[in-house]
Design a protein around this ligand. Structure first.
Ligand code: SF4
Length: 401
C-alpha cells in the first residue's frame, strides 16, 4: 500500500491546531437548536410567510422556495430530547429519527412549521407521516410519492403529477401562485448551492488535511435550517478561504462513509473517526440538499426539468432502485474515484433500507477486495468509546498491514 506508507512518513498524528476554521462556529450551533431560531427569525423577517419542514431524504426544495416558503430539513432531535410520548405510538425496533421527530411534534417544538412533508423511504417514515396526520389533524401534512424505479419511462410523468399536487397544496396554504419564472429562479439558486457543495467535496478529496469532514458536515447540515441564499454565502466563503489554509498530512487512511443517508450521526462521532486516523474523502451525509449530481435545466418546463433530474441525475441512495446503475456498483465506483483505502458502512440502528443494502455492499466490496467496516450509531448517542476502539483497530490494521 504505497499511499499508506507515504502517509506514515508524516509526523502529524492529530488534527493540526494551526488550521483555522473556514466554518463559522455557528454552523455547529444551529444543528442541535430545537427552537429553530433561524426559522423563527426568517418568519419574523417575512410576516405571513410559511415554513415547511421536510423529513429526509429528498424533497423538491425548489418548489417550496418558489412558493415563497422556507424549506427546512428535519434531522431528528439528536440527544436533545428524552422520548416521553413517541414510544407509545411506535414499536420498539424503530430508528431514533422517527421517534425524535414525532417527539418534537408532541412537545410543540415543531410549531414554527406550517406544514410537514414526508416521502417514500421506508415503512417507518411512511407511517410517521400518517401518525402525524392523525395526531395533528389541523396541520398540513403531505406525503410525496416518489418513483421507486426511475428508469421506468413513466417515472417523469408520474413525478410531475406528484409535484403538481404538491404545488396546488402549497399554493392553497400560502396563497401565492407558483410561476415558471419563479421556479426557474429557485432552481438556479439551488443549482448554485449544489455546485458549491460539490466543489467543497472535491476540494476535501484532493486535500483532506485542509478541511475536516466534521467541519464540512456542520456547514452542509446547517443549510437544512437556513434560507438557501444565506447558506450559499457560507459555502462561497468556505470555498474562498480554502486556499489560505495550511495543514500537514497525517497518518490517516482515506475512507468513504456509506449508510448515513437519513438519520444523521452526531458530529462528535465524525470527529472521533477523524481523530482515529480517517480522512473521510466522501460520504452520504445530508443527502437531500445535494441530491442532484449536475445542474437542473432552467431551459424549458421547470417541473419537467426537476422530475427529469430526479430520474436521471439523482445521487444514488437506498431510496430509488435504479437498475441502470445499481448502487452497489456506484459505491465501488465512488471508492475507486476517491482513491479510498476502505469503506465504512455507518448505519443508523434499526435502519432497514441501510441494512438491506449492507448485504449487497458487503458482497461487492469483498469481490473487489476493498476493506470495509460496519459501524452502528444512533443520533442520540453521546458516548463513543466502543466505536472509537473499533475504528482505531480498523485503521491500525490497514496502516500497519
Ligand atoms: S433512518 Fe432508516 S429506517 Fe429510519 S426513517 Fe430513515 S430510512 Fe427509515
Amino acid at each position: 500500500m504505497e499511499k499508506l506508507t507515504e502517509r506514515q512518513n508524516s509526523n502529524e498524528s492529530s488534527l493540526s491546531s494551526s488550521v483555522p476554521s473556514v466554518v463559522s462556529p455557528s454552523c455547529e450551533d444551529v444543528i442541535p437548536d430545537l427552537n429553530f431560531t433561524t426559522v423563527r427569525k426568517w418568519k419574523d423577517q417575512h410576516p405571513g410567510a410559511k415554513a415547511i419542514g421536510y423529513f429526509p431524504v429528498y424533497a423538491p426544495l425548489e418548489i417550496i422556495h418558489a412558493c415563497g416558503m422556507l424549506p427546512v430539513g428535519l434531522n431528528g432531535a439528536g440527544d436533545q430530547l428524552d422520548i416521553q410520548y413517541a414510544d407509545a405510538r411506535f414499536g420498539s425496533f424503530i430508528c431514533s429519527i422517527v421517534k425524535t421527530t414525532l417527539e418534537m411534534g408532541m412537545t410543540k417544538h415543531l410549531t414554527p412549521f406550517d406544514g410537514l412533508l414526508f416521502s417514500t423511504i421506508c415503512d417507518s417514515a411512511r407511517n410517521l407521516a400518517f401518525v402525524f396526520k392523525r395526531n395533528f389533524p389541523e396541520q398540513y401534512v403531505d406525503f410525496l410519492h416518489l418513483p421507486h424505479n426511475p428508469s421506468s419511462e413513466a417515472s417523469v410523468d408520474f413525478l410531475m403529477s406528484e409535484y403538481a399536487r404538491l404545488q396546488e397544496n402549497l399554493e392553497q396554504l400560502g396563497g401565492t401562485k407558483l410561476t415558471d419564472a419563479a421556479l426557474n429562479e429557485s432552481i438556479e439558486l439551488y443549482n448554485e448551492n449544489r455546485r458549491l457543495t460539490r466543489r467543497l467535496y472535491d476540494e476535501r478529496d484532493g486535500n483532506p488535511q485542509l478541511m475536516r469532514t466534521s467541519e464540512l458536515y456542520a456547514l452542509i447540515r446547517a443549510g437544512n435550517f437556513l434560507p438557501v441564499e444565506e447558506h450559499t454565502k457560507l459555502l462561497k466563503q468556505a470555498v474562498d478561504e480554502l486556499p489560505t489554509r495550511a495543514g500537514k498530512q497525517r497518518d490517516s487512511i482515506r475512507v468513504v462513509i456509506e449508510g448515513s443517508f437519513c438519520e444523521q450521526p452526531p458530529v462528535d462521532l465524525i470527529k472521533i473517526m477523524e481523530e482515529a486516523g480517517c480522512y473521510i474523502v466522501d460520504d452520504d451525509f445530508v443527502l437531500g440538499p445535494r441530491w442532484f449530481t449536475k445542474d437542473v435545466s432552467v431551459n424549458g418546463n421547470p417541473m419537467r426539468a426537476l422530475a427529469d433530474a430526479y430520474s436521471n441525475a439523482s445521487v444514488y441512495s437506498s431510496m430509488p432502485h435504479d437498475w441502470r446503475n445499481p448502487r452497489h456498483k456506484q459505491l465501488i465506483e465512488k471508492a475507486r474515484r476517491r482513491k479510498a483505502d476502505a469503506v465504512i458502512l455507518l448505519i443508523a440502528k434499526f435502519c432497514e433500507p441501510a441494512y438491506f443494502d449492507y448485504v449487497l455492499f458487503k458482497q461487492e466490496l469483498e469481490k473487489e477486495g476493498i476493506p470495509h467496516l460496519l459501524m452502528e450509531f444512533e443520533e442520540k448517542m453521546f458516548t463513543f468509546e466502543r466505536l472509537r476502539t473499533e475504528i482505531e483497530t480498523f485503521v491500525e490494521s490497514l496502516l500497519f498491514d
